[in-house]
Design a protein around this ligand. Structure first.
Ligand code: NAP
Length: 319
């Protein structure tokens, strides 16, 4: 069969032959892949930099997708960490890590949105205690995951939703999605704006890390209207850096807790438990989703497009 094949972590996947999937236990099923999203997580899988990488090659990337099972039903699935991912004509999925999609679901929209939407959905529903009316700050709000986080926070009943990012044009779109205020992080006075806007936030959803988070954390902590109000900082993405220097005073002077949300800190069963409800919201059209379908045969070209591409690229093997 044809697949996107990674033979070296230094180069993009190529459209090439790869052995057919083989079923190894009764929970597995082979699906014809219909759509697979090119998420940042998939890029890091394909270049060997993700923390789950075993460095085994060749591999077919793709951490999730939508496929048609042997009974003709469309399923959204999350892949196990093996060398055969979702960017292939066919793949072997674990039935228990999949959800049958409602009739009329758009496979491209589902493949584009589940990964970025799950990041905030799971964090708010499984990783921390989230009370309706809580105020949320989203750092890196203009990316695919950030835009979904604005919409997820609104759906789950957040009060204030402060959206912060460095891209002014995209930031201007976020009030329409549910942001109650926006903060442009660029420029000398970015931190001052954040200090004022985030004085009462309860939860930070952080896709940035690195220097922007160092600056943001100092601003948010210094700007607390009430230093006794709990502040839960959820580390989810690291587009701006893998490490960040956290000032010790930030943890002593306020009720700051830092937690992470992702594969490992959230168990597979907790992730799987959230798939049906989120897939249902996507199928219902609850969220605005920015996606573009690209034939799997154009995978090399798709890889060379901007790493922070908006809309989200979705590879379609059947096209
Ligand atoms: N833990 C989880 O469960 C989970 C799940 C999904 C995603 N993630 C992670 O979340 C992060 C975001 O994913 P995504 O799907 O939103 O990616 P994306 O669509 O590619 O968006 C990335 C965003 O980051 C911004 N950005 C890049 N470098 C920046 C910097 N130095 N300072 C400020 N902004 C910067 C880009 O803004 P510009 O337009 O300004 O370039 C873009 O808006 C990734 O690290 C991803 O791996 C985690």
């Amino acid at each position: 069969m044809k697949a996107a094949v990674v033979s070296s972590f230094q180069s993009a996947p190529r459209f090439a032959e790869f052995p057919e999937p083989v079923i190894t236990d009764e929970d597995q099923v082979i699906v014809d892949v219909v759509a697979a999203g090119l998420h940042p997580r998939v890029r890091s899988q394909a270049n060997g930099s993700h923390y789950t990488s075993t460095e085994e090659l060749p591999l077919v990337p793709g951490t999730d997708g939508v496929g048609r099972d042997d009974e003709g039903r469309l399923r959204y699935f999350v892949m196990p960490d093996t060398t055969l991912g979702s960017m292939a004509e066919r793949t072997a999925i674990d039935r228990r890590r999949s959800v049958v999609l409602a009739d009329g679901s758009d496979p491209v929209a589902v493949a584009a949105a589940m990964n970025p939407a799950m990041s905030s959905w799971v964090a708010l529903r499984q990783r921390i205690r989230f009370d309706e009316g809580s105020s949320v700050l989203i750092l890196g709000a203009t990316g695919n995951a950030g835009q979904m986080a604005v919409q997820v926070a609104r759906l789950l009943g957040a009060g204030e939703i402060v959206a912060a990012a460095r891209n002014a044009d995209l930031l201007a779109r976020l009030p329409r999605l549910g942001a109650t205020s926006t903060v442009l992080l660029d420029g000398d006075d970015g931190a001052d704006r954040l200090r004022a806007a985030a004085a009462r936030v309860d939860i930070v959803i952080d896709y940035l890390w690195g220097e922007p988070t160092e600056e943001a954390m100092v601003a948010v902590v210094q700007g607390r209207a009430d230093e006794h109000q709990p502040l839960t900082w959820i580390q989810i993405g690291s587009v701006a850096g893998a490490t960040a220097r956290i000032p010790s005073a930030a943890l002593r002077s306020t009720r700051l807790s830092i937690v992470g949300s992702g594969q490992g800190s959230v168990s597979p069963s907790e992730i799987v438990a959230e798939l049906p409800a989120l897939a249902e919201e996507i199928a219902k059209g609850t969220f605005e989703i920015d996606a573009v379908a690209v034939p799997l045969s154009d995978v090399e070209d798709a890889w060379s497009r901007s790493e922070t591409a908006q809309p989200r690229i979705v590879l379609t093997p059947g096209a």
